[in-house]
Design a binder for this molecule. Structure first.
Ligand SMILES: Cc1cc2nc3c(=O)[nH]c(=O)nc-3n(C[C@H](O)[C@H](O)[C@H](O)COP(=O)(O)O)c2cc1C
Length: 180
């Protein structure tokens, strides 16, 4: 395969879009869009812009929920990814419903089929990576919409309708999962 060397500032090669929900220090529910995440066993890592409202509140309150939206929520994803919690509680501007979660002090988003309750354990900021804050968190609970489960209660991959975020620093777009 012949390749061209590119000088992109970024290379986001397809990361699932997720919505992070939490209560701020005054107990107000908030939500923001991110795509920088991975999980291994009982740990998750999220990548934030250091100046964002969400990460600066989560540093204090510790608890948050990862909500996996599907294709029907693209407008909400764009709204929550363009406005800041410094301006308003984004829950007031979108059709997303925050509901108190069971195990952590954070709201789950009712409209999202998969939700993961988390508690922050580590914050990583390095001079080498100015402007980036990585958050490590412990998974406290996982929830899946009943229709996504098979008869043994296992996750059915074919039911997921995640949105992948792709970008090169200038051009950005989404890709959707196909039926298989
Ligand atoms: C599809 C998508 C993916 C995004 N991924 C991230 C991300 O991984 N990390 C991040 O800090 N911001 C990400 N953003 C940008 C934030 O959502 C945006 O800066 C938002 O206004 C921050 O809100 P806050 O100040 O309430 O935290 C993404 C936005 C979109 C639309």
């Amino acid at each position: 395969m012949e390749k061209t060397k590119v000088n992109y500032e970024k290379m986001y090669y397809g990361f699932p879009v997720i919505l992070i929900s939490f209560y701020d220090r005054n107990g107000v529910p908030h939500v923001t869009t991110i795509s920088s995440s991975y999980t291994l066993k009982n740990m998750v890592v999220l990548g934030f812009n250091t100046k964002g409202f969400a990460v600066n509140e989560i540093k204090h309150v510790k608890d948050f929920v990862i909500n996996i939206p599907d294709r029907s929520l693209v407008q909400e994803i764009d709204f929550c990814g363009s406005k800041s919690g410094y301006e308003c509680s984004k829950f007031e501007g979108v059709k997303l419903t925050p509901v108190k979660s069971l195990l952590v002090n954070a709201p789950v988003i009712q409209e999202c089929p998969i939700t993961i309750e988390c508690t922050l354990t580590d914050v990583i900021e390095r001079d080498l990576y100015q402007g980036i804050t990585n958050v490590l968190a412990a998974v406290q609970g996982r929830y899946v919409a009943n229709e996504y489960l098979d008869q043994e209660g296992r996750l059915q991959p074919s039911m997921l309708n995640n949105i992948l975020y792709i970008g090169d620093g200038v051009k950005r777009g989404y890709r959707y999962m196909e039926e298989c």
